[in-house]
Design a protein around this ligand. Structure first.
Ligand code: PMP
Length: 353
């Protein structure tokens, strides 16, 4: 730390992204990326857009906003596009949290929530998951702050139903409830249609997972026009050109290829079912996932040990050295070939020990 670092950030512990190694080729099952390349339409549109990189992009992101609004069945002024969904989550912490509206989120969830709260200097409170690692909606009745829930949750993979989310919205009429649907396209039900019923709901989604665009950084939020206006105030006060030209074009390209996205989601779900069954046969306890990853533990081995042995064998998974979940590993669903190699490698590791 330099002697110039602001007092505001001296105790900030930044988010630790999953490893992105360059020294060796791994089967990468650690950061919930898609195993499929982006749509050809996205790639072609991005290449074309690169010809105009001398010009700033459209700060309103007009065409893409309209396309996302159509996808979600809402109006354009109910949508805000951001640089990954991480950016809209940060905007939501900036816009909707303060001393009177502390952030409230599960103790085991997306690690960035705590970092965003600390970065923005807002108080936060965590709510323990149940013993089976599920969220009890009743725990969020009168939460007393701005609620952030990943649905499905990460890294557990478990989802709440829209009816359960509605219960949370109704119990918190004077607080914003942010539902982070980064993984919703892999079998959970979206709450986007509830934005016309609840003016305190913000739903966030991403192009990083089901749309194979993690490298382009594109996410968005959907909420009533007044919430989106607040978020726009934050956006225009930080980075008006938050979506670059190539990403904007790629986003339009992939939305014009919805069949490709749907087929990829179906493939991921089918491979997830096969991988889960194989893991159960190997003696793992595996949560019922509605995401593109599995969260699993084995009675005989700790999570850190499994992570290290898999890494030695050229496979990266994610391990969280965190109370309650240190026995687990989180495994992204790769291609079916990658998952076969994963299961075979794991079987060998278990046999050898
Ligand atoms: N929410 C959750 C629960 C996530 O796991 C992630 C990605 N790791 C994000 C949001 C952010 O994704 P992105 O910024 O790529 O849209």
């Amino acid at each position: 730390m330099s002697r110039f670092f602001s007092n505001k950030y001296r105790s900030l512990v930044p988010y630790t992204p999953g490893e992105q190694p360059t020294e060796r080729k791994y089967i990468k099952l650690n950061t919930n990326e898609s195993p499929f390349p982006p749509s050809d339409k996205a790639v072609a549109a991005a290449a074309e857009a690169a010809r105009l990189l001398q010009l700033y992009p459209d700060p309103t992101c007009g065409e893409l906003t309209a396309a996302v609004a159509t996808l979600c069945g809402v109006q354009a002024d109910e949508v805000l596009l951001t640089n990954g969904s991480d950016e809209i989550l940060n905007f939501a912490f900036m816009a909707f949290c303060d001393d009177e509206h502390p952030a409230v989120f599960p103790d085991i969830s997306y690690g960035f929530y705590k970092v965003f709260a600390e970065l923005n200097g807002v108080p936060y409170r965590t709510v323990p998951l149940k013993d089976d690692l599920s969220i009890d909606p009743a725990d969020y009745a009168a939460a007393g702050g701005t609620v952030f829930i990943a649905n499905p949750n990460a890294p557990t993979g478990l989802a709440l139903s829209p009816a359960e989310v509605e219960g949370i919205l109704q119990a918190n009429p004077n607080n914003v409830v942010v539902i982070d649907e980064a993984y919703v396209d892999f079998g959970a039900e979206s709450c986007v249609s509830l934005v016309h019923k609840y003016d305190n709901l913000l739903v966030t989604q991403t192009f990083s997972k089901s749309r194979s665009m993690a490298g382009a950084r594109l996410g968005f939020g959907v909420g009533c026009a007044a919430l989106i206006q607040d978020l726009n105030t934050v956006k225009y006060s930080t980075n008006p050109y938050n979506i670059n030209r190539m990403t904007m074009a790629a986003g339009l390209g992939v939305l014009a290829d919805e069949a490709y996205t749907q087929a990829n989601c179906r493939a991921v779900c089918a491979t997830r079912t096969q991988t889960r069954e194989a893991l159960l046969q190997l003696g793992f306890e595996v949560a019922e996932s509605k995401t593109n990853f599995l969260f699993a533990r084995h009675r005989g081995f700790g999570g850190a040990e499994l992570y290290a042995k898999l890494k030695e064998n050229g496979i990266l998974v994610r391990h969280f050295n965190q109370p309650r979940i240190q026995d687990y590993i989180r495994i992204t669903i790769g291609s079916s070939q990658e998952m076969q190699v994963f299961v075979n490698t794991l079987r060998t590791i278990l046999e050898e020990c």
